[in-house]
Design a protein around this ligand. Structure first.
Ligand code: CA
Length: 401
């Protein structure tokens, strides 16, 4: 693939620049870890020759540890995330690639039941259409994380899966290229996802998610299909919830049919009738009641199986729509709002916990649990329960104290 060779010109598969010497104690500790891991890999059923070849040359990658320990001070707002993910340039390139690979994508769409624009949108999000999927040796990244990282158990399991890939697919260890966190190739599959979902669509005997576009597209489609994608169904629609909306209905746990939503005063933003009125959907209000509001279906959740973030799922959803000439988001985001800091979010989470509403892990990140806790608290206070955390909410909480 042309793009790949250009890419490798900038980043050789083994980035030699980051093989700096590590502290002596780390060297000793890492050697000991390798010995015990080799035994584990043997017990797992990996052949000694594969283990030797893959594990012995590895050293700690300090850059991986640095990435793993970095916490951003500010959380990015969803509109900043979307601006970056769905740039006009990306839409244009995506449309051109959709055209260029139309035959292949049409075949895969028919076979797996996943719309081709969804496949291309995920391809864009994961690796910028295969142009940037990381330049790390995934074995080294995972070994570093397994030895030292915050998610050692996860990394160890993934490293065993990576060895299984080498054994089954007869790849050379240095061909498993990906991100510092161990996501591989153009679809950014973890090794366990690769073992479960990767496909040899061009039938050359290798599931090659690095250089074979047929394998890349079919692997993405197969991932979604095996995660429960419902054939041909939409991810959802932007809606208007009306003035007298009953905020008790705003919960991802609250599924209603489109026809029922309509009867409650929820309509599509462009005024067109809902298409599949018997299908179920729930409300998704990512930036409060003054921002865009969506009804999302089962397939929206399937996108989250690929990457468990609502912002990610919305980016894939919107990008896919724009790739086929659909409308962008109609309602404006509350762009003049300042982003909350991690500490401010932690303050909100602690306040919710104190008020008896479980925000999930107190981690300075807004997830489904925190939104749900806020929503319940808002309803309790007689406020519209949009579950949205902003400075206005924080001030209100502080006044209550
Ligand atoms: Ca292949």
């Amino acid at each position: 693939m042309l793009l790949l060779s250009t890419f490798y010109a900038c980043f050789p598969p083994f980035a030699l620049a980051d093989t700096q010497s590590t502290a002596l104690e780390d060297d000793i500790g890492f050697s000991q870890w390798k010995e015990s891991f080799k035994q584990q890999a043997l017990d797992y059923g990996i052949r000694p020759a594969v283990i030797r070849q893959a594990i012995e040359p590895l050293s700690i990658d300090l850059k991986v540890l640095k990435f793993d320990s970095t916490q951003p001070e500010f959380t990015r707002s969803i509109w900043q995330y979307l601006d970056n993910a769905i740039s006009p340039k990306r839409i244009k390139l995506g449309q051109a690639l959709l055209q260029k690979h139309a035959d292949l994508l049409n075949r895969i769409e028919v076979q797996y039941g996943v719309q081709k624009e969804i496949i291309v949108a995920i391809w864009a999000m994961e690796s910028d259409f295969g142009r940037n999927y990381g330049h790390k040796n995934v074995l080294r990244s995972l070994a570093t994380l397994a030895y030292h990282g915050k998610r050692a158990e996860f990394a160890q399991k993934e490293l065993l899966a990576a060895l299984e890939i080498l054994q089954r697919q007869r790849f050379k260890p240095e061909s498993l290229i990906g991100s510092w966190a161990g996501a591989m190739g153009q679809p950014q599959f973890t090794p366990t996802s690769y073992l479960k979902h990767a496909v040899d669509y061009d039938r050359d005997g290798k599931k090659d998610i690095w250089t074979s576009l047929p394998d890349v597209f079919a692997s993405i489609a197969n991932f979604l299909s095996e995660s429960g994608w419902r054939k041909g169904q939409s991810w959802g629609v932007e809606v208007n919830i009306g003035k007298d909306f009953d905020w008790r209905l705003n919960s991802s746990a609250y599924q209603l049919r489109f026809i029922q939503w309509k009867n409650l005063g929820v309509n599509s933003i462009n005024g067109k009738p809902f298409k599949a009125i018997q299908r179920q959907a729930s409300l998704f209000i990512p930036a409060g009641r003054f921002g865009p509001v969506f009804l999302v279906t089962h397939n929206f959740d399937v996108i989250k199986a690929y990457n468990n973030s609502s912002s990610y799922a919305l980016a894939v959803a919107q990008l896919s729509r724009l790739l086929v000439g659909g409308e962008g988001i109609q309602r404006a985001w509350p762009r003049d709002e300042k982003a909350l800091t991690r500490d401010q979010i932690i303050e909100i989470q602690q306040a919710m916990l104190k008020a008896g509403h479980n925000p999930g892990k107190i981690d300075g990140k807004i997830g489904a649990n925190t939104r749900e806790a806020i929503r319940t608290w808002q309803l309790e206070q007689g406020l519209p329960g949009d579950g949205y955390a902003n400075l206005g909410l924080l001030e209100r909480i502080r006044k209550k104290k």
